[in-house]
Design a binder for this molecule. Structure first.
Ligand code: CUK
Ligand code: CUA
Length: 641
């Protein structure tokens, strides 16, 4: 039988494109040159040059590495509990994980955005998204702790999030799964998708002084899937660009039905106009329910508030608010170059990278160079918005970062490589393999107005043989490249917690001096603080017993507690009296469900315990704090009720 060879080739190419197991580059190992070791060596006692904040994917956490060493410096629980830090165990931190669905101590964290001033990373906060139960978080870079979590209404699968404007006015969050809006009946046949499901973009305002977030307003429109986004900058400041897929609005077998169209869209949103419309009262109030959780650094306690209303603008009702730009084949990354002129769309299933021009988009809008409408939204002609295409970049382009020399770097998931190309002439300059199947890339400042040009990190999806085997599950993997010369050079593999998606990096000098070393005990406003051993006490309110307990090298005060009865609710409010850097004390008691705590110097943290039977219960400090750490202990006597 004669096979139509064109057809066969086409099918083979498609199979390769959608295959999750990318081909293995052949010259593994040989790409590392002799001086790689000295380039990543950070001598004992010396600091790394950059902080690297890396999403922890389905661990719900954020991890912090030093670059170029790849040393893990900290894991920050965000949408998770963490026994190492007692996060989510203490009464003070539990409200951080509250949602309109109750306490949800897990999420899927994909993207991070650092706060910016004038388009440069300012080192104040890192924002992160929770995909599953739609939330955004703000992490404080003084304490390296989660300071705030905001739930997002009218959203399902908060993937396109959080992306920040150049003065941190807003972070945006586009819904991945369109759903019926919260004030509508969600109990509808799934095949009524096209009429009942809506896509939503949330604009979350960020207070410029304290960082507090709120849902300022939302845009509601067609039931597409938003994927990724970036804000305009410089000349395009005032706009946001979102990649979308499933513009077919399929509700079943998305793998096939959402990949039918030759082109999906990049949605361009004029957020300055949206802001103006909201100021003019053009928004509509919609009923909903979402949680706003904040950690207060003076009381050392989180509070959770449920909010019930959100302001919505319908996209199609406001001319000039949104435009669609055709973009080949299921675009994933949507990245804006440092000048703000070039918008790079990366179609997962496309064999080229389209680069759009902001000036041309503006001209196309002025000239009405439209190609019809999509659900009431004008579609700009592809050629009218296009600056040019990067030809034959590799297979499966995903994400692009930029350096300080006018170059772009795009990750190629299927062909497992990083491809460097020039933004002006769109010529491919260099390519290096990744091990294996790279997702996001990160250059410190690489999505800001001021990228650096020394290092690039690739965050890979598949590890396989890169590390010693550790059973069926392998550590996630990142790779560091030197990009200072014409040719990229692989320097280092380092394991990450997983799985890593987007990351941000910044010079250590921007952050290190703002680090909090301890909390001043005289400023502690916790309602149950004991500011000295003399203030420690045990007192009863009905069946609640409060123990205001102090911790100081190397004893607990009080260390013998009696008068507790079975079924009492006992609250150990533990205050660490130390006033020095890096002297936490821990606290644990036998049999308590939420053991343990880790209490920072000057802070008060509460462990709740309901003893179920009479007996003698030892308690102790869990963090080796002095030569007499083992002596830092005591007993609680529990008597029958
Ligand atoms: S996504 Cu992970 S590789 Cu969630 Cu940013 Cu593209
Ligand atoms: Cu305090 Cu050990």
């Amino acid at each position: 039988m004669k096979i139509n060879s064109k057809y066969a080739q086409g099918m083979a190419a498609l199979a390769l494109l959608v295959s999750m197991n990318a081909c293995k580059p052949k010259d593994a190992g040989s790409v590392v040159s002799g001086d790689a070791a000295s380039k990543v060596y950070v001598a004992p006692g010396k600091y790394d040059e950059y902080y690297n904040f890396v999403s922890g994917g389905f661990s719900g956490q954020l991890s912090v590495y030093g670059l170029p060493s790849g040393r893990l410096l900290r894991v920050i629980p965000v949408f998770s509990v963490d026994p190492e830090k007692g996060w989510g165990y203490s009464e003070e931190t539990k409200p951080m994980l509250n949602t309109s669905h109750g306490n949800v101590p897990w999420d899927d964290l994909h993207h991070v955005s650092m706060s910016q001033t004038n388009g440069e990373i300012d080192g104040r906060w890192v924002f992160a998204n929770g995909n599953n139960t739609p939330r955004v978080a703000r992490i404080d870079l003084g304490t390296f702790r989660t300071a705030e979590i905001l739930e997002l209404p009218n959203s399902g699968g908060n993937h396109s999030s959080p992306f920040i404007t150049e003065n941190s006015e807003y972070i945006v969050a586009g819904t991945r799964f369109s759903i019926p809006p919260d004030d509508k009946n969600g109990d509808v046949p799934i095949n009524t998708y096209k009429e009942n499901f809506k896509g939503t973009i949330s604009f979350v305002s960020v207070d410029k002084d304290n960082g507090n977030m709120d849902v300022a307003f939302q845009l509601q429109g067609p039931g597409v899937n938003f994927d990724l986004s970036h804000a305009g900058k410089g000349k395009s400041n005032g706009w946001f660009f979102f990649s979308t897929y499933n513009t077919e609005q399929a509700n079943t077998l998305l793998e096939v039905n959402a990949s039918k169209r030759d082109k999906d869209f990049i949605m361009a949103v004029n957020w300055k106009l949206a802001e103006k419309l909201i100021k003019e009262g053009k928004g509509r109030k919609q009923k909903t329910k979402y949680a706003s959780n904040r950690f207060d650094e003076s009381t050392h306690t989180a509070t959770s508030t449920i909010k019930t209303e959100v302001t919505v603008l319908d996209m199609k009702d406001h001319p000039g608010l949104v435009y669609m730009i055709p973009c080949p084949k299921s675009p994933h990354g949507c990245d804006v170059d440092p000048t703000g002129e070039y918008i790079v769309g990366s179609g997962k299933l496309a064999a080229l990278i389209p680069v759009f021009s902001f000036d041309k988009i503006q001209k196309a809008i002025a000239d009405k160079a439209f190609d019809g409408e999509y659900d009431g939204i004008p579609v700009i002609k592809y050629e009218a918005a296009l600056y040019g295409e990067v030809k034959k970049p590799g297979l499966g382009p995903l994400h692009t970062e930029f350096d300080d020399k006018g170059n772009a770097y795009t990750s190629m998931f299927v062909s497992s490589e990083v491809v460097k190309w020039n933004v002006k002439d769109l010529k491919v300059l260099d390519r290096v393999p990744t091990y294996y199947s790279v997702g996001h890339l990160m250059i410190p400042g690489g999505d800001s107005k001021k990228p650096t040009g020394k290092y690039l990190v690739a965050y890979n999806k598949i590890t396989k043989d890169r590390y010693l085997p550790t059973g069926p599950e392998l550590s996630q993997s990142a790779q560091l490249y030197d990009i200072s010369g014409d040719k990229m050079q692989l320097l280092l593999d380092f394991p990450t917690i997983g799985e890593p998606h987007y990351a941000q990096g910044v010079a250590a000098s921007v952050i290190k001096d703002r680090s909090v070393k301890f909390f001043k005990i005289e400023e502690n406003k916790h309602p149950y603080v004991a500011k000295g051993e003399k203030e420690s006490k045990v007192f009863r309110e009905g069946n609640k017993v409060h123990v205001n307990l102090t911790m100081m090298r190397s004893h607990l005060t009080p260390d013998n507690i009696e008068g507790i009865k079975v079924g009492d609710e006992v609250y150990f409010h533990t205050t660490n009296l130390e006033q020095d850097w890096d002297v936490p004390h821990g606290f644990a008691i036998k049999g308590a469900l939420n053991s343990e705590l880790l209490v920072m110097p000057g802070e008060t943290t509460t462990l709740k315990w309901v003893p179920l039977k009479a007996g003698m219960y030892p308690m102790y400090c869990t963090d080796f704090c002095s030569a007499l750490h083992q002596e830092m202990s005591g007993y609680v006597r529990v008597s029958p009720a």
